[in-house]
Ligand binder design. Structure first.
Ligand code: FHN
Length: 456
């Protein structure tokens, strides 16, 4: 028995060391691999699982979401039975992808396995999945990957790495002020000390990540979440495996241990431009990722301005919908996404494939309170994005004269992006920049774009 343990330990270490010894990717190769993602700017996040069936409600409480099993303290046996009844008969992958496309989204990230450990895809390595353990008996990720391929959207998957309430070996917390087991399933697996992440990593994570990368064609992004207890060698091993199976696949930074291709601020937008690639993920509802029938929704105007703000800072906007247990995207989400799509139909040139603002102060400023604490105060007058030979000014307010900082190059022409005639607007140099005379009526009540054509 001891020899077997030594052999297993040696194998795991060898795999980890091999992974750490992977060839380093050149900056150019990484830029090529990420080009579609950097240009895409806007994606759909989908939190959909057995938990969706509850609509946020359990035993009279109505504040649950994708954490249902944990927040409603449901024993695993009961949750398994609940999941077995999952039957999204209204699910239509082409409908979901069609909505994402109409919204102007270029990629879809769907929860393949969230913290409940219930796989929303056919997982031969683990029978606790929608095909083998629910009445539905079909693979929605197969349908979605095929619908994405037909529509030209990138199919991407979310995988909960460090939280799995169906597996006995997934420890959480115990550092940085967090109590041991604070995000664990202590109802069914109370002995937090005995949990061995490596067993779960070998038994469930690696086989399922391999299945996701071999069963559904090209995967645009492996979107890992909550890398709680993963070791540097294990993070490197996952990256190496993904690179081997699908070299073009992008990996977010929640693969853990400072690896991954981009940063993932959540439910907030960084105050200024970031150097590394980044993507803000945000709920379209006020705060819950999974379906909740009582939750409110963010204002469509602010969603459009968030997209512009993110693009002006060089980031991507991953906006989340929580479909119902029947497989429908809630109407309030549909309405907001269609509104965003109409805005992008007119103004997409000023978002897709654009670079960040050449200015900066327009996004806001830091205010120092009496106790010395610095707070960022966002300004919502205008934002700027760029492409070669152009600066796009996204106006949230509509003054008679728009004063702008020095664009750095001579403005050949200024015109409204929404104006098919590209009628020239009067541009006058000022002491420290330019002034643009605007027509009386703004083309769009939320954000109107002025294009500054610059001398090359
Ligand atoms: O706990 C999860 C949460 O349910 C959701 O999936 C978000 C999305 O990024 N990630 C974790 C919280 O950071």
């Amino acid at each position: 028995m001891m020899m077997k343990r030594i052999l297993i330990a040696f194998t795991i270490c060898a795999a980890g060391l091999q992974a750490l010894a992977q060839p380093v990717e050149t900056a150019e190769a990484k830029a090529d691999r990420m080009e579609w993602w950097q240009d895409a700017k806007f994606g759909m996040f989908i939190h959909w699982g057995a938990y969706s069936k509850a609509g946020g409600e359990w035993n009279g409480e109505t504040n649950h979401g994708e954490w249902l099993q944990f927040t409603a303290k449901i024993p695993l046996a009961e949750y398994r039975e609940f999941a077995a009844g999952f039957n999204p008969v209204e699910f239509d992958a082409d409908e979901w992808v069609g909505l994402a496309k109409a919204a102007g989204m270029k990629y879809i990230v769907i929860t393949a396995k969230h913290h409940d450990g219930f796989a929303m895809f056919h997982s031969p390595s683990n029978p606790y999945n929608i095909v083998d353990a629910s009445v539905y008996g079909r693979d929605p990720l197969k349908a979605l990957s095929e619908a994405c391929a037909k529509s030209g959207l990138k199919f991407c998957v979310y995988y909960s790495l460090g939280r799995d309430w169906a597996d006995p070996d997934v420890p959480t917390g115990g550092e940085k002020g967090r109590a041991a087991g604070d995000r664990s399933n202590l109802i069914d697996f109370p002995d937090e000390e005995s949990k061995d992440f490596s067993k779960y990593f070998e038994r469930k994570v690696k086989p399922q990540v391999r299945e996701l990368l071999t069963q559904y064609g090209p995967v645009g992004v492996m979107w890992f979440d909550t890398p709680e207890k993963i070791s540097p060698a294990q993070s490197a091993e996952l990256v190496a495996m993904i690179r081997e199976l699908q070299p073009d696949c992008i990996i977010n930074n929640r693969v853990g241990n400072d690896l991954g291709d981009y940063g993932t601020p959540e439910q907030k937008i960084p105050s200024g431009r970031e150097i590394k690639p980044w993507e803000t993920c945000m709920t379209i509802s006020e705060r819950i990722w999974g379906y909740n029938k009582t939750v409110g929704y963010r204002d469509a105007d602010q969603l459009i301005r968030n997209l512009v703000d993110v693009a002006s800072k060089g980031g991507n906007y991953l906006l989340n919908v929580g479909p119902t247990g029947e497989g429908l995207i809630p109407e309030p989400s549909v309405q907001r996404l269609e509104t965003m799509g109409r805005w992008l139909t007119v103004n997409g040139e000023a978002v897709y494939g654009c670079g960040p603002t050449p200015f900066g102060p327009e996004v806001g400023h830091y205010r120092q309170s009496e106790d010395g604490k610095k707070t960022f105060v966002a300004e919502w007058k205008w934002r700027a994005t760029t492409r070669t030979g152009k600066i796009y000014i996204h106006c949230f307010e509509w003054p008679a004269i728009l004063k702008l900082p020095d664009p750095g190059k001579k403005v050949i022409k200024a015109y409204l992006l929404a104006d098919p005639e590209k009628t020239a607007l009067k541009v006058t140099p000022t002491g420290d920049g330019i002034a643009v005379e605007l027509p009386e009526n703004a083309p769009d009540p939320v954000a109107s774009v002025i294009c500054l054509a610059l001398v090359e």
